[in-house]
Ligand binder design. Structure first.
Ligand SMILES: Nc1nc2c(ncn2[C@@H]2O[C@H](COP(=O)(O)OP(=O)(O)O)[C@@H](O)[C@H]2O)c(=O)[nH]1
Ligand SMILES: [Mg+2]
Length: 223
């Protein structure tokens, strides 16, 4: 990660370039942020299954594992392009910019950035994305929002994944909701199981609505 005054300006510039490129092309971009194993890739896959028939989707992977998995749904779907931002080091805006440069933005409607994080996040999470989605999972415990307040505060939307496990592990759902709301009163919360499909409709609806708004704005401003 670059540091110092000049470094900060460069990082900010990269994020602005990414934002401008995506906005002009009418691409709605979502950064999906969460610890290893919370279900980021699974949620992206399940979202792709539901939306690939109606839109073109890009995905920037910041870890190499999906590249090795020949079973990934995006490999079999013509309307999905996946590029890597390198290994699992925290991506910065410069690496996202380089990844965005590999995409045919004119074709895309939706872009996911999968951001693997220890939840000890850097001060700025601005990589040029439109929306920051913090993903938590029932398996990781109800205390995680309170333990990682910066993640909740940085989020536009919080997703609680693996709700199918609520019957199997101790998880205080009201406490989870209260902690999230206390830290970020305006944040949207979706509770779902990417694996079983419960709660996916509301999430898909949110994505679709935002894609439509972004497309309309681009055609209004840029023709
Ligand atoms: N029970 C359950 N398992 C899930 C769910 N979503 C993902 N998983 C599993 O959790 C593991 C990690 O998921 P993955 O998407 O690779 O997590 P990532 O590291 O955040 O990308 C995999 O075995 C998934 O199949 C869910 O909703 N319920
Ligand atoms: Mg993953």
């Amino acid at each position: 990660m670059r540091t110092g005054k000049i470094g900060e300006i460069l990082v900010e510039k990269d994020a602005n370039v990414v934002r401008d490129l995506l906005r002009r092309s009418g691409v709605f971009s979502v950064m999906l942020l969460g610890g290893p194993g919370c279900g980021k890739t699974r949620l992206i896959d399940e979202t792709i299954v539901r939306l690939a028939p109606v839109m073109e989707i890009g995905m920037i992977s910041c870890d190499d594992a999906p590249q090795r998995d020949a079973g990934r749904v995006w490999r079999q779907t013509a309307s999905v392009t996946c590029v890597s931002a390198g290994d699992s080091r925290l991506p910065d805006a410069a690496r996202i910019r380089a990844a965005v440069d590999q995409l045919d933005l004119g074709r895309l409607n939706l872009l996911f950035i999968e951001y693997v994080s220890t939840l000890a996040i850097p001060a700025s999470l601005d990589l040029g994305q439109d929306a920051t989605v913090a993903l938590f999972s029932v398996a990781a415990g109800d205390d995680k929002p309170a333990k990682h307040p910066a993640v909740v505060r940085a989020a536009d939307v919080v997703v609680l994944n693996k709700t199918d496990l609520l019957a199997a592990v101790p998880f205080d759902l009201p406490r989870f909701r209260t902690d999230v709301r206390r830290l970020n009163p305006s944040v949207g919360i979706f509770e779902l199981s990417a694996f079983r499909g419960n709660g996916m409709e509301a999430w898909i609806d949110w994505v679709r609505r935002n894609v439509a708004t972004e497309t309309d704005a681009a055609s209004h401003w840029f023709g």
